[in-house]
Design a protein around this ligand. Sequence first.
Ligand code: SDX
Length: 433
Amino acid sequence: MEEIKKIGTAELKYDGKTYPLEVMEGTEAERGIDIRALRKDSRLIAFDPGYGNTGSCRSAITFVDGENGILRYRGYAIEDLATNCTFIEVAYLLVHGALPTQNQLSKFSRLLNRHSLIHEDMRNFFRTYPEHAHPMAILSAMVVSLSSFYPELDASSDEELDLMVGRLLSKIRTLAALSYKQSVGEPHVYPTSKLTYVENFLNMMFYTPVANYEIDPVQVRALNKLLILHADHEQNCSTSAVRLVGSSGANLYAAIAAGICALWGPLHGGANQAVIEMLEYIHKEGEGVEKMVERAKDKNDPFRLMGFGHRVYKTYDPRARIAKNACEEVLNKLGIKDPLLDIAVELEEKALNDSYFKDRNLYPNVDYYTGITLRAMGIPMNMFTVIFTIGRLPGWIAHWLELRDDPDNRIGRPRQIYSGPNHRDYVPIEQRG
Ligand code: SDX
């Protein structure tokens, strides 16, 4: 990780005193004030609910320029990676910091193939889950349970680290597909070394002994692209959860399970499911696009345009553009005319021409079109955030590794502004009114 430059000093003037604060600059000219000594010097803390103005770390993994709609993984533009790479190449890039040579990629693929099975005893867990358990609940439980079945978690050597990371990247697919098979009461399907990473996942999801499942290269390409789009996004909610849990020294599987739980929320990774629920509602209830746009603007109405808006992007999310193209490709190839896509395009057009959305820089984000593609591929709605999880996993792993090796790393422990009662004397229960 390149050194962060100190480029000057800001001054905080308070209560007759002046506190110098160093200004630092990253490799993409992002600037921040270093407040690590603020409370010690001034007794003041910074107050920033949601951390919209607060940098939690230095990171060399992903760069997002929200004003200009730029997203790069390790310096490579998302458009180049989505067009030219497989998901496993990008996973390697995020975890190791460079695109793999052919030899490195072959070795990485062999490692993932070798560790795609789960311990046979883990299958029993699936059989004891309630029938309609959400796959995200199952996935987070299974991932943290990996630490019991594969307890080699110290990972001091490169080989041990590659093994721990490879196991997780590979088994997440098997666990995800098993949670789906269990939910539909179909027999579990084993991974095979004859298929690529995404082919294996689709085969484990849709193959059954009585229906010959044909792997469609267009869908494989589209899913590779969607997983690449989801692979990392700097300090988003779930990645920050992984870092916070990892900062206490918790093992990789525990930190990733926390990330899965954070991603599940409808404001975050659960939005792709919420988008389809919104589009289906509009389609079924026929409330009309205009009405929904008005409802999304109404502060008294809890309805929000799901898949719209972003904490960082104040222009079109570059991933949404790529996801929209992938969606059109898959629907055309499958010959599907999905009314939800028409509604989504109309809704986008209305919102982008509405001052409420324009004034607040609200544009489609990565979740807006992905659900329509996954639906067309036969992936059920409650699996959409699971797909997001498979995509985001290499990013989470890269951040956990970066945090582990960061000399600035301290256990995450934010401060607060206390707003509760001042000291009160204790009153025995018989004297309480
Ligand atoms: C992801 O961080 C990441 O990088 C996340 C992610 C990743 O790759 O990890 O990109 C993935 O989580 C994408 C976001 C998926 N979520 C949704 O699509 C849910 C719908 N979007 C909103 O809930 C919202 O836009 C958030 C949660 C995404 C962002 O919330 P912020 O940054 O806290 O923004 P805000 O709530 O302060 O909104 C600013 C204004 C408010 O209005 P005013 O108070 O200024 O009048 O914009 C309004 C909001 O009410 N607003 C919306 C809106 N999003 C924001 N109004 C209607 N519909 C929306 N979707």
